[in-house]
Design a protein around this ligand. Structure first.
Ligand code: 1PR
Length: 545
């Protein structure tokens, strides 16, 4: 197989990139020191997470000059995410650390007064200007394709500025802000999005770069291309060992996964196959939750590692793994394994994000107990510091608690349109841990604001009352959490049909919505949900072969 070189400077979770390159028929070879750079024929500079962290690693390892010389040499160079950012002069994310300055411009933080930050999801990278007489594709980019982005900082797009110097610029729009999605000139291609996580559309870009196909005429371009972030639909697989010890996809009713008739664990299929199926139906992300991870597990045997390895080799959308991300006692060695090490095992096996449940609640309780002093030692903080906030999801398992009046308790309450059993018109949401087995005197707003301060990048908002009911999402809970944080929120629990997805997107400003049971039971496919949303005028990503 032909070879491409990747720069190894501890750029975080890049297993997905290796998988995507291998998928298009190329081998990866790692560059491990600056003097090896010149020997490469084609070079990819990956990067996820924090600009200052990545660029400092590159500068300190002595790569800066050799990478700039490589770019000068005219050999094919591709930068991905922070690999694109590195080409510019600098970033507001880290004002003291310079970029390479190969391209004029600096990154700015997205304005979070009107939208969630980070910007997470599928957006355009459109090179087509309105007065283009001929439809053309640069490095396989198509105006009607969507690509997966995850970042808080971007280069604002100013029409004509880079074009004047010969750059082709692909743009995207988030809220009212236009930013640079990709740039190309001569031997250089750089994408702010992650082609390795962008399904077939992203593989087309990687392949075009590797094969040196810079520009091609497009056979057909749809008349109306809608720019902007699409409505993100996530398929979630709760996974656990059944009574025979096999890992199965299961699904509870209000978190009870045992069949009423015979008390066995409900078995809805095999995790890898199900994930593959949802990918092909057009799921924008796949989440695995290891729901019995609160039991001690020998660290070498973490049951989800193999599931992730296999899934990430064929599923090219972001993969999240949750369950057991915390400092872990390994009964096989007697050692305590830090949460960061557990997360690293998952990232190396193909996860793009980890989701933290119980441990986030404990950490948030301690955060308030110590007057909101950050220790830097919690799972959220250590993983966010090493891999970037975008890699840390906090999964919340709240339960509704009715109260006679809002004044009677100190928790964040809401007025509800669905009164309690005794006519109570107010409620609050209590956090639970260990898969709902233990309820804490701690509310969901306390939790989400604390974890945002600790560096979480996204909230996966379940709701025990709604889980498995097929009665729609808890819109009151979602509105209340959305009003408390700036980071994206994923609505979860209760989806039973496409109308429920339309409802949550139209009646709240939630960032993504997740379904489980309705997909597992085969009542709806992800494709059918998306088709209905599209029919109702909501922007969705279409699956590309
Ligand atoms: O606490 O960090 O070890 O993480 C454990 C993780 O496992 C948490 O994310 C927790 O939400 C999850 N979990 C634990 N027990 C259960 C259970 O069901 N018994 N599942 C469980 C949570 C809820 C959703 C579900 C939606 C949508 N699953 O993710 O997929 O409610 O379902 P629906 O569309 O069918 O209504 P830690």
């Amino acid at each position: 197989m032909p070879k491409v070189h990747l720069l190894d400077y501890a750029a975080g979770n890049i297993r997905s990139l290796v998988n995507a390159i291998e998928k298009v028929g190329w081998d990866v070879e790692w560059i491990k020191s600056p003097d090896e750079v010149a020997n490469a024929e084609k070079l990819i500079l990956p990067g996820v997470g924090h600009f200052g962290h990545c660029l400092s690693q590159i500068h300190n390892a002595g790569y800066t000059e050799s990478v700039k010389a490589f770019i000068e040499s005219g050999k094919p160079f591709m930068g991905i995410c922070v690999g694109l950012q590195a080409l510019f002069e600098g970033s507001a994310e880290s004002t003291t650390v310079p970029g390479f300055g190969v391209v004029p411009g600096r990154l700015e933080r997205f304005d979070d007064s009107e939208k969630s930050v980070p910007h997470i999801g599928w957006n355009s990278a459109n090179t087509q200007s309105k007065d283009d007489s001929e439809a053309r594709s640069v490095y396989g980019l198509r105006p009607d394709s969507k690509y997966y982005y995850v970042h808080s900082y971007a280069v604002p797009y100013r029409a004509g500025v880079l074009e004047k110097d010969g750059w082709t610029v692909a743009t995207a729009r988030y809220g009212s802000q236009d930013f640079i999605g990709a740039i190309a000139k001569d031997n250089v291609l750089a994408t702010q999005f992650h082609p390795e996580k962008s399904g077939a559309a992203g593989q087309r870009v990687i392949r075009a770069f590797l094969e040196g196909r810079r520009e091609e005429a497009l056979q057909s371009v749809p008349a109306a291309v809608k720019d902007g972030l699409t409505r993100r639909i996530i398929a979630c697989l709760d996974v656990r060992a059944n009574d025979q010890g096999d890992l199965v996809v299961t699904k509870g009713d209000q978190y009870d996964v045992r069949e009423k008739s015979n008390n066995t664990v409900r078995n809805l299929g095999k995790p890898v196959q199900k994930a593959q199926q949802y990918y092909e139906q057009g799921a924008d992300e796949v989440t695995f939750l290891n729901i019995t991870s609160f039991r001690d597990t020998p660290i070498k045997d973490l049951p989800m590692l193999e599931v992730l390895r296999q899934t990430s080799a064929t599923v090219f959308v972001p993969l999240t793994i949750g369950g057991g991300i915390r400092d872990t006692h390994d009964p096989s060695t007697g050692r305590t394994v830090p949460a960061l090490e557990v997360a690293t095992l998952y990232f190396k096996s193909g996860a793009d994000k980890v989701s933290i449940g119980s441990d986030a609640v404990t950490a948030a309780e301690q955060y308030y107990a110590s007057n909101k002093i950050l220790t830097g030692k919690t799972a959220i903080e250590t993983i966010s510091e090493a891999y970037g906030a975008q890699a840390v999801v906090v999964s919340v398992d709240p339960k509704r608690v009715y109260v006679a009046s809002a004044e009677s308790i100190s928790h964040h309450t809401i007025a509800t349109a669905y009164p309690g059993p005794n006519g109570e018109k107010h409620c609050w949401y209590a956090c639970t841990i260990k898969g709902g087995r233990e309820t804490r005197d701690f509310d969901v707003i306390q939790l989400v604001t604390a974890v945002e301060a600790m560096g979480a990048g996204e909230i996966l908002l379940n709701c025990i009352d709604k889980d498995g009911t097929n009665s729609g999402f808890d819109l009151e809970l979602i509105r209340s959490v959305k009003g408390a944080v700036k980071i994206p929120v994923i609505a979860s629990s209760g989806a039973g049909n496409a109308d429920h997805f339309a409802e949550v997107f139209e009646q709240t400003d939630v960032d993504a919505a997740l379904g489980a049971g309705m997909f597992h039971r085969g009542e709806w496919t992800v494709k059918q949900v998306k088709e209905q949303l599209q029919g109702q005028g909501l922007l969705v990503r279409r699956f590309e072969e």
